[in-house]
Structure formats: structure tokens, C-alpha cells
Write a new protein. Structure first.
Length: 524
């Protein structure tokens, strides 16, 4: 009905006005049809030889608290009861960590207690058929105090233990350098600047990267310099829900920080390659972007159809494009900056994919897109515990776009859902449906080399606190951090054992479940 009204209205305009609008509706994308690609295909859906299957974690989310900017935020939120939890799942409150005060101090301190249980966790992963494991080496753990020129020996010993265990289990290490957290001392103001904006930030970053290379360089061939830099910028500098908890005026005010992150990437990229060359070895170095399938909130409305791809361009592609050109230009702004040694500094494209977002553009405020995490009017919309819409086909759209733009190997470094149930049917469906997409992409000639599910174990989910559960393995925070594999753990193990999604597994798990999201029980 709305589309017919729009067409009737358009017919009253002069053809000079009408023609561009019609062309706009024809050539800008609307909503995608169907949740998966080729829904009639039954399988099997094999994965290519040598394809890495693993899981991913991050230091700040699973390890004991270290003196980082995030730890400062967590302790301050707990001490000052800044624990507001939005009634809308997945919507964080600026300056708060959801229900953080409800959890015992031991849980807040130890997170998933990976420090004490990493051997058990990694053995469990190997039993599940995982061939790879992605984790971050915490800058704040290695360099807890300002002025240090050598890393803390205890920190080196801890990560050495993780690498040793992976080697013993025959698992590939994928190492992330920056996964949202930085040393607290980097946020001490210097010449009016803090964090990555400090004039000496890159020098400190270089010291950290050199230390990681010195102690662990030969132990990993796959490196991710930056995890989801646009999420860090958006949540930390525009929304105020990540440190530094700022709410700047808009993207142009954040663009210089993005440029500094790209500079940090370039530095790490060349240091890692120089080290590998000196050892006559090879490495793969890149960074990973948080991606969503951005689609128009109203498929009939021109502004939404224009806005969705523009949001995707700014949020996903601008930083990756910068590596191709050496210049970071932010869509929708006049910001443009050349980054030293950035051009070509990418061996693969890292993709973290978490479903579909809808973009609404108001005519009264075109410069401020409204993002919807799901469409309540769609009876077939499948959402997880954070109200995020699942859309496996969107992964194919993102990967195809990356392959078309960059013609570089692709790794899915994160993909997962918040599903707290032990019989986690939403996660089981997500696993088979997304890996089915990757099988079909590989069969079509796309060089996709690995999939890391987020996450191995339940963890601290940033501003959501402990309310969102992403683990293949449940962590019972009330019972000594006891590990309990969910049903999805067995599904992933079957995929690993069979080398893909079999016809029988797709028949059993490939239909979207019909159940409400799970509510996490918070301790009294």
C-alpha cells in the first residue's frame, strides 16, 4: 500500500524529477530475499582442504583483570553502581556496564578464569575438532606500567604457556594485537591528548609490538593487528559505551583516531613481516572489520535505500579501502589523510559477521542514520538474546563484496550469537547455516580460508557485562567457573569431523528454530 501511494505521488511530478527517482529505486539495493543462499540446496556442503575451524576469545573478556582502560571502567562502574541495564536487549547505556554490581567480585576480577583454566579450555577445543584458536596478547598485561622498555616476565610466561599448549595440541595460533583494551597509563593526558591520539602513542605501540615479536613471533603465522576498529571508534568516541566514554559531535571528529589506528596497523604489519623475512619464514597479517548486512528499513523509501549502502561504506569498507590506496577517506565527510606505509599492508581480509542491521534515514535529519537491530513486523525474523537479527545469506554478500574489491584471501575471524540455553538451537542453526554459506562461496571460487566461532566459552561481553552468552561452552560463574559444553559444541564437532555440513546435518539443523530468546539468571 505504501509503495502504491509513493508511485501515485511520483506520477504528479515532471518527468525530469520522476526519472532520477525511478532510476534510484531500480539501481539501489532493497532488502534481501530469503535468509540463506539457494534455500532449496540440500547438500552436502564441504569445506575446502586445509580450511581452519576454530574459536576466538579476547584477553579483556576472559582473562583476569589487568591495568587497562577497560579495567578502570569496570571497577569504576562497579564502585559507583553504574550498572543500568536497558529494558531493550542489546542496547547499552552510556557510561554503564549492565548489571555489573550483581556479580561477585571474584567473577568481575577473573572473568571466565582463562588464566587458571586455559589448558582445560584448549584441550576441550581440540576434542571438539578445532584446528585453530584466536586470542589476543594483552598490551596492558605485558606493559602494566609507564616507562617500561621490557615486558613483564610473568605476562610473557603466561602467554608462553598458551602457545606451548596450542603446540602440544597441534592447533594453529591466530594472534590479535589490539582487541579494544589498552594500558591505563596510555590515557594519562600528555600535551592535551590521551590514548591513541597522544603524540607518543605509536612509539609505545611499537615497543609493545616489538616485544610480542621478540617473544612470540616464531610461534604464530597468522596475525590480526586491529580488531573491529570501527566498533571501537563508534562505541568509544560517539556513543560513550566503551572507553574513553566520549560522545563527540560526529564522524569527522573521530576520523583522526581512525587514521592513527591505521598507522598503528601499518607499523605492526611491517614489523611482523620484517621479522618473518629475517627468519626466512612467512606470515599472514591483516586486520578484521565488524560487518553487518546493512539493508533499508523501508525497502520502498529512497532515502533508506541510499543510506544503507552509504553506512556500509563508512562502517565496513572505508578502512579496508585505505589499505589498497594508502589514503583514508571517510564516506560522507571531506576527511582524507595519507597514512605512511599503509598501501598494500594487508595479506588477507578479516571479517567479523553478526547478522543484519536496518538503516532508516529521516528527511529531517539526513546526517544521523537510525539503526535497527531487527524488524519486529517481520514474523520470520530470527533474533538472538541481544535482539540481533540472524541473516546467514548476508555473510555471502559481505564476503563476495570483499573478494570483488580486494581479491585477497578471506578469514571469518568472528561469527556467533548470544544464546544462553544449553540446548542452544539458535547457535546450532547459526553454525550450520553460516558454514553452509562459506562452503558455497568456496565452491564458487572465493578464497575463504578459515572460520573462527565467537566464542569458545562464555565471557565478559563489554558493556553488556555477563548478560550475553556467546560460548559453545557454558561457564557456570556460580560454581567455580565450571565448563559445560552446550549442544552446539557437538554440532561444531560434527562439522569438523565431516569436513563440512553434511546433508543429514543440514536436514536436522538447517531450519530456523521457533523459540524466544533466553534470559540470563543474574545472581542475587
Amino acid at each position: 500500500m505504501q509503495r502504491r501511494r509513493l508511485i501515485a505521488l511520483m506520477l504528479t511530478f515532471d518527468v525530469v524529477v520522476l526519472l532520477p527517482v525511478v532510476l534510484l529505486l531500480v539501481f539501489t539495493p532493497g532488502r534481501g530475499d530469503g535468509r540463506v543462499s539457494d534455500p532449496k540446496a540440500d547438500g552436502p556442503f564441504p569445506l575446502p582442504p586445509g580450511f581452519e575451524l576454530g574459536t576466538a576469545i579476547a584477553a579483556q573478556q576472559v582473562e583476569h583483570q589487568q591495568p587497562s582502560d577497560w579495567t578502570v571502567f569496570e571497577r569504576d562502574a562497579a564502585a559507583n553502581n553504574r550498572a543500568e541495564h536497558s529494558p531493550v536487549p542489546g542496547v547499552a547505556t552510556p557510561g554503564h556496564i549492565a548489571k555489573i554490581t550483581a556479580w561477585p567480585e571474584e567473577v568481575r576480577l577473573k572473568k571466565s578464569n582463562f588464566d587458571e583454566l586455559y589448558v582445560e579450555d584448549l584441550k576441550l577445543a581440540r576434542q571438539g575438532g578445532h584446528t585453530a584458536f584466536r586470542f589476543s596478547v594483552d598490551w596492558a598485561r605485558l606493559f602494566p606500567n609507564p616507562g617500561m622498555t621490557e615486558p613483564d616476565p610473568a605476562a610473557v610466561a603466561f602467554y608462553t604457556g598458551v602457545f606451548d599448549t596450542l603446540d602440544e595440541l597441534g592447533m594453529t595460533a591466530s594472534v590479535t594485537l589490539f582487541h579494544f583494551s589498552t594500558p591505563a597509563w596510555l590515557w594519562e593526558e600528555k600535551d592535551g591528548k590521551r590514548g591513541f591520539e597522544r603524540d607518543d602513542a605509536i612509539a609505545h605501540w611499537t615497543t609493545y609490538v616489538r616485544a610480542v615479536i621478540q617473544h612470540f613471533g616464531p610461534r604464530a603465522k597468522h596475525w590480526c593487528t586491529l580488531n573491529e576498529p570501527m566498533v571501537y571508534l563508534y562505541n568509544g568516541y560517539l556513543e560513550g559505551i566503551f572507553p574513553p566514554l566520549e560522545r563527540r559531535a560526529g564522524p569527522p571528529a573521530v576520523a583522526p583516531v581512525a587514521a592513527r589506528l591505521l598507522e598503528a596497523h601499518a607499523v605492526a604489519y611491517h614489523l611482523l613481516h620484517d621479522d618473518a623475512t629475517s627468519r626466512d619464514a612467512t606470515v599472514e597479517v591483516g586486520f578484521t572489520q565488524h560487518t553487518r548486512a546493512f539493508e533499508p528499513w523501508r525497502g520502498w523509501f529512497p532515502l533508506d535505500r541510499i543510506g544503507a549502502p552509504m553506512v556500509a561504506e563508512a562502517f565496513i569498507w572505508d578502512m579496508l579501502d585505505a589499505v589498497q590506496t594508502g589514503t583514508f577517506a571517510l564516506t560522507g565527510t571531506d576527511f582524507s589523510q595519507d597514512i605512511p606505509n599503509l598501501k598494500g599492508a594487508q595479506d588477507y581480509v578479516g571479517i567479523n559477521y553478526y547478522g543484519r542491521y536496518y538503516v532508516e534515514i529521516s528527511p529531517s535529519n539526513i546526517g544521523a542514520p537510525i539503526i535497527h537491530a531487527n524488524d519486529p513486523s517481520d514474523p520470520n525474523e530470527l533474533v538472538n538474546d541481544l535482539n540481533w537479527a540472524l541473516y546467514p545469506r548476508g555473510l555471502s554478500d559481505i564476503v563476495n563484496e570483499a573478494w570483488s574489491r580486494y581479491n585477497a584471501p578471506i578469514y571469518i575471524l568472528e561469527n556467533g550469537v548470544a544464546d544462553a540455553a544449553l540446548d542452544d538451537t539458535i547457535r546450532q542453526y547459526a553454525l550450520v547455516s553460516h558454514l553452509r554459506e562459506l562452503s558455497m562461496l568456496s565452491s564458487a571460487g572465493v578464497d575463504v580460508r578459515g572460520y573462527y566461532h565467537w566464542s569458545l566459552v562464555d565471557n565478559f561481553e563489554w558493556a553488556e557485562g555477563f548478560e550475553a552468552r556467546f560460548g559453545l561452552v557454558q561457564v557456570d560463574f556460580a560454581d567455580g567457573f565450571r565448563r559445560v559444553p552446550r549442544e552446539s559444541f557437538a554440532v561444531y564437532r560434527q562439522i569438523a569431523a565431516e569436513g563440512g555440513v553434511s546433508e543429514a546435518l543440514w536436514a536436522a539443523e538447517g531450519r530456523p528454530p521457533k523459540r524466544a530468546p533466553t534470559v540470563v539468571a543474574t545472581p542475587e
